[in-house]
Design a protein around this ligand. Structure first.
Ligand SMILES: [Mg+2]
Length: 347
């Protein structure tokens, strides 16, 4: 762990930004990337018009009639996410993933200037090499770096320095601490805790009773400045996922079998490039009527990244299940390990 500050890097409106790469004429237009009939990601001009992720396309068009709608380019999104993490790995000594498009980075900074320079370099490379905007926050702890990247958006870099950090440890509304949801916030409000400084007036056992031991400890540590500042790398990937919708916004519908075949092909390409083989296949099938997803699983497969073998396994798994009409699928190849780590077997 380096003594200097750390970074939180987060791609802006990731799915929409990836879709914009091949449509430069739409830069600056309100645009939403759509999965099935919902907005998966909206550009900042669209957000300015009230369009939000998770909103139905109908509601989004009601708020912004000139909204440009594009299908989420799933294959391209996965390629860019992989490339983004390769770039994170090149820029940092340790990378702790938050999601497919954000991570905490320990860049080995000796001080603030080093960390800021690394942040600028990462942003420049993401724009030049991947064609997407990545906002970067610089802070002393993970919470501070994450608050900084939020302040940096869109397409910026923000440093949350020691003076501002000191202020926030008193003034930050508790709901801005990640992990504090609506229920916890409401229970804390009953104790009179709205901002971090309010924690001081609450007895330890009462705070624990209201929000649990772990969260109580966390709030106290944030208050006193001893919160988590360690970037914990994931040494190796253990699974890869690909997903898609059966119905598209601007394309023909796909059968679940076709969709699974496409996802498997993408996964095998990614696994092969990373030098990985897998032994387990999972398919999570989302019914069209909004019912909970159905999970199909087959473990103990011989280790391979061979596309024909995996497509056959996926087809068998789907054929043996009695599935309702589907909105989409997520296919996961798990049990990944480097090629040669396990004896290769014929499928
Ligand atoms: Mg993001």
């Amino acid at each position: 762990m380096s003594p200097g500050p750390l970074l939180h890097a987060d791609a802006d409106s990731f799915f929409a930004s990836v879709a914009l790469r091949s449509r430069p004429e739409l830069a600056g237009a309100p645009l939403a990337a759509v999965a099935h009939v919902f907005v998966a990601s909206a550009t900042y001009p669209a957000r300015a018009r009230g369009v939000r992720g998770g909103m139905s396309v109908q509601e989004a068009l009601g708020r912004c009639p000139e909204l440009v709608l594009v299908e989420v380019p799933h294959a391209e999104v996965e390629e860019v996410a992989d490339a983004l993490f390769d770039l994170f790995g090149e820029c940092a000594t340790a990378v702790e993933p938050g999601s497919v498009e954000e991570a905490f980075l320990d860049v080995g900074a000796a001080g603030w200037d080093d960390a800021v320079a690394a942040g600028h370099d990462l942003r420049r490379r993401a724009a030049a090499e991947l064609g997407i905007p990545v906002s970067v926050g610089v802070g002393r702890t993970k919470l501070m770096a994450k608050l900084a990247s939020r302040a940096a958006k869109p397409d910026g870099l923000h440093v949350l320095g020691v003076d501002r950090e000191h202020e926030l440890r008193s003034s930050l509304p508790v709901e801005e601490v990640w992990g504090v949801g609506r229920a916890t916030r409401e229970r804390l409000a009953v104790l009179g805790v709205h901002r971090l400084a309010d924690v001081d007036g609450v007895q330890a056992d009462r705070l624990q009773a209201v929000c649990g031991t772990a969260m109580a400890r966390r709030l106290r540590s944030i208050r006193t400045g001893t919160d988590d500042a360690q970037v914990r790398p994931v040494s190796a990937r253990t699974k890869l996922s690909a997903e898609g919708s059966t119905t598209g916004w601007d394309r023909a519908d796909r059968s679940p079998a076709e969709l699974a075949g496409t996802c498997v092909a993408r996964l095998c390409r990614r696994a092969e490039r990373a030098g990985l083989t897998g032994t387990e296949l999972r398919i999570s099938a989302a019914p069209r009527d909004g019912a909970p997803a159905v999970t199909l699983r087959r473990a103990g497969l011989p280790a391979t990244a061979d596309v024909t073998a995996w497509q056959a396994a996926a087809a068998t798994l789907l054929a043996t299940a009695d599935l309702p009409p589907l909105a989409g699928l997520r296919v996961t190849v798990a049990g990944l390990s480097p090629v040669g780590a396990a004896p290769l077997t014929l499928f």
